[in-house]
Design a protein. Structure first.
Length: 260
């Protein structure tokens, strides 16, 4: 079930399922909460899931002005402060993971544990040629049929707004000035799990650098998946998330990255 809420003055659509401790799901870029549907049943058995749709995404109407990850993180912070209550677990996929990282940097008091799936900390994260392909895209290509279909089915702004929405998202994704610095990543001390696909859009080297830069973080690579692993192997991603959220890490015999 879903409803509109006011979060920092933004009319935001929020879906919710299940009961228990609160778990906030942050969807990827240019898509809606529909992408979470394969994972929700497994998670909702243990948590009260709160899934907002960001400005311009899904059922949430667009607003004037450009997008930025910092701005969308502020929207989510307002939601947690004013509507959900905190601290909560935060799970973000793709752009949602980028935003989750920014929340952890700016307001760690709002987050109990963080899971960032196929996330990045700067625009130079993608495999070779992907950024150039996105820069040349208009949003009408066949490879954009899936996100365009989700948008046209739910957006209150109507199908005709898709090109404007796509351009705003594209500019945000390619903006080189939105980097989360190594110093900022090093300040994330809350329990953090980094998950990625073994054939991800985000370079493996970038994912490893993200993992190494966050103290005491954990890393999981899901085999046989791509950037859309939350839909390809939802049960496996659920298993990794539940294990991390519900258990404290045990001691290892020869710690290096997590050595005190």
């Amino acid at each position: 079930m879903g409803e509109y809420v006011d979060a920092g003055g933004l009319k935001m659509w929020v879906d919710s399922w299940g009961s228990g401790p609160s778990l906030v799901l942050l969807h990827g870029g240019m898509v809606s909460n529909q992408t979470w549907e394969p994972m929700v049943p497994g998670l909702a058995e243990h948590f009260h899931i709160v899934a907002p749709e960001r400005r311009g995404h899904g059922h949430t109407p667009d607003v004037d002005g450009p997008y930025s990850y910092a701005l969308m993180a502020e929207d989510m912070i307002a939601l947690l402060d004013e509507v959900v209550g905190a601290p909560v677990h935060v799970v973000g996929w793709s752009d949602g993971g980028n935003i989750g990282l920014r929340i952890a940097v700016k307001r760690p008091d709002l987050v109990r544990k963080l899971v960032a799936i196929s996330a990045h900390f700067d625009s130079a994260s993608d495999e070779a040629g992907m950024s150039e392909a996105l820069a040349a895209s208009t949003g009408q290509e066949p490879e954009n049929a899936f996100p365009r279909g989700l948008y046209e089915a739910t957006s209150p702004d109507g199908p005709g707004h898709w090109p404007i929405f796509f351009e705003k998202c594209k500019r945000m994704i390619l903006d080189p000035d939105q980097r989360i610095t190594a110093e900022e990543r090093g300040r994330i001390t809350l329990p953090t799990l980094i998950i990625a696909a073994d054939d991800d859009l985000v370079r493996m080297e970038h994912t490893v650098e993200l993992y190494r830069s966050i103290p005491n973080s954990q890393l999981a690579i899901v085999p046989g998946t791509s950037h859309v692993l939350v839909m390809e192997k939802p049960a496996e991603v659920d298993r990794q998330i539940l294990d991390f959220l519900q258990k404290d890490p045990g001691p290892t015999m020869w710690p290096i990255h997590r050595a005190s």
